[in-house]
Ligand binder design. Structure first.
Ligand SMILES: NC(=O)c1ccc[n+]([C@@H]2O[C@H](COP(=O)([O-])OP(=O)(O)OC[C@H]3O[C@@H](n4cnc5c(N)ncnc54)[C@H](O)[C@@H]3O)[C@@H](O)[C@H]2O)c1
Length: 453
């Protein structure tokens, strides 16, 4: 009740920027009963926002988290605006969620200050930047604060309410009440670079990239370690794909400038951004996503460098497998690994995928009597007699090259046959040489371009 009174002056909210966060803020704002104008200079962003909000409301109804009538009211309360003046003309509160760039935000707030009603409160959803600096660009710094929402906004429960140097207690009280009406918990933070959450999260995420770059573990295993070992609900790479790698980079650059060396952005993160791997929003970040935003199975993240330390378990042989593959998606690396004689692990499903592949190299029990299997045996078309003859000749050559040998020297012998050779043989002959036991040992190559494939 007290909250309803405190927000009595706020009926209309303008949200600026209809990207990942802006559309989420518009969703919770409309659902809380505020007339909500969502502005973006990009028509495509507005169109995408309409679809996303509609879909998320529908899902809320389906899951019985949102009443059907409330969802309908929210849809009716939402207005899309392609022009800034129309968006803010009647606003009691303006929440900015434009790109994380201080120059963009300052320019935008200067315009908003000119266009919005005198009484309107202004808030920024910045992840890290200075609220005081933005407030100083307006004639109402006491009616300016940070409202830092979390992604996805309609799910995450927190708002960091950030007090700038001049923010008045009345402004904080009203924004606190608005946040509560949106169903959020509030923490009050005095302005500091990165507030509480971005400052800690940026460090964890940056360290994860550093570990990936060093080959400590794969992206998937780093994520898994933090989820299962430290009870994080998401791994750092899942998180950065959701946040946006460009957004994370901007935050780190700012924290590096303001807080020092500990926040220097890792080079692999910088490379991902340069390569356009910005995360879920573009379908590719550390992992790859389909058009519905679902993670594509078998995207294992960057392969670590294989090391011959006993017990050390590299991601596996996905790079090699792809060379030999026949167009099938690489298998997921999520399943339980098994350890080969060399102490290396290989996820079971990779072994299964190799077994299912029409093109494969094998050593049956390490015996010299390796058998040749045709594509037919794995469900593909039968090879021609010429191909069979060619394959059996190649088997003889391989035997000579000591690829198939007794159990004692199998490991060293398998290393002697380069993967390239195996691929070439397979693809020329259309036939695979199959192994039921041994893991071909090939050192996964360290290649930044395939960091996440
Ligand atoms: N992504 C996250 O997880 C997350 C979490 C909390 C806070 N934030 C913060 O929210 C803000 C927006 O991040 P995002 O992830 O939604 O970015 P985004 O890139 O998904 O969306 C930004 C949107 O702003 C629009 N835009 C560009 N210039 C504009 C302008 N002058 N006026 C209005 N809109 C403009 C763009 O067209 C785009 O649609 C950033 O300050 C970011 O730090 C992001």
């Amino acid at each position: 009740m007290a909250e309803a009174t405190a927000t009595a002056g706020i009926r209309t909210i303008a949200v600026l920027g209809a990207g990942t966060m802006g559309r989420g803020i518009a969703h919770v704002s409309a659902l809380a009963g505020f007339v909500t104008h969502l502005y973006d200079p990009e028509a495509a962003a507005l169109a995408k926002a309409v679809t996303a909000i509609d879909r998320n409301l529908a899902r809320g109804v389906e899951l019985k988290k949102v009443a059907a009538e409330a969802a309908e009211r929210a849809r009716a309360a939402l207005r899309m605006a392609a022009q800034l003046p129309a968006a803010v003309a009647a606003a009691d509160l303006v929440i900015e969620s434009a790109p994380e760039d201080i120059a963009v935000k300052v320019r935008l707030f200067q315009e908003v200050d000119r266009l919005a009603p005198e009484h309107a409160l202004l808030a920024s959803n910045t992840s890290a930047l200075s609220i005081t600096e933005m407030a100083a660009a307006t004639r109402r710094p006491e009616r300016f604060a940070g409202m830092h929402f979390f992604n996805p906004v309609h799910v995450m429960r927190l708002i960091e309410l950030v007090r700038g140097l001049a923010t008045s207690p009345a402004t904080l009280a009203t924004l606190h009440a608005v946040g509560r009406r949106m169903g959020k918990e509030i923490v009050l933070v005095n302005e500091a670079p990165g507030f509480v959450t971005s400052r800690i999260n940026a460090l964890i995420g940056n360290e994860a990239f550093r570990m990936l770059q060093e080959g400590v573990a794969s992206a998937a295993d780093i994520d898994k370690a933090l989820k299962l070992g430290l009870n994080h609900p998401m791994g750092p790479f899942e998180m950065v794909d959701l946040v946006g790698l460009d957004v994370r980079l901007s935050i780190l650059e700012f924290l590096h400038r303001t807080l020092g060396e500990a926040y220097r952005p890792n080079q692999l993160l910088v490379q991902h951004v340069r390569a356009g791997r910005l995360g879920r929003k573009v379908g590719r970040g550390v992992y790859a996503y389909d058009e519905r935003g679902e993670r594509i199975a078998g995207e294992p993240g960057r392969r670590p460098r294989a090391r011959k330390r006993p017990g050390y378990a590299p991601e596996g042989l996905s790079g090699m497998k792809r060379k030999v593959s026949t167009g099938q998606a690489p298998p997921s690396t999520a399943s339980a690994p098994t350890y080969s004689a060399a102490g290396w692990k290989q996820p079971k499903n990779q072994r299964a995928a190799r077994a299912a592949s029409p093109c494969r190299v094998s050593m049956r029990g390490g015996s010299p009597g390796s058998r040749v299997t045709s594509k037919e045996s794995s469900g593909a078309a039968s090879p021609s007699p010429t191909a069979l003859r060619y394959a059996s000749l190649r088997v003889q050559q391989l035997k000579k090259a000591r690829c198939f040998c007794g159990a004692g020297s199998r490991r060293s012998a398998t290393r002697s046959l380069s993967e390239k050779k195996r691929s070439a043989i397979c693809s020329k002959s259309g036939i695979g040489l199959r192994s039921s036991r041994s893991t071909p040992i090939s050192r996964p190559r360290r290649n930044p371009a395939s960091a996440s494939s």
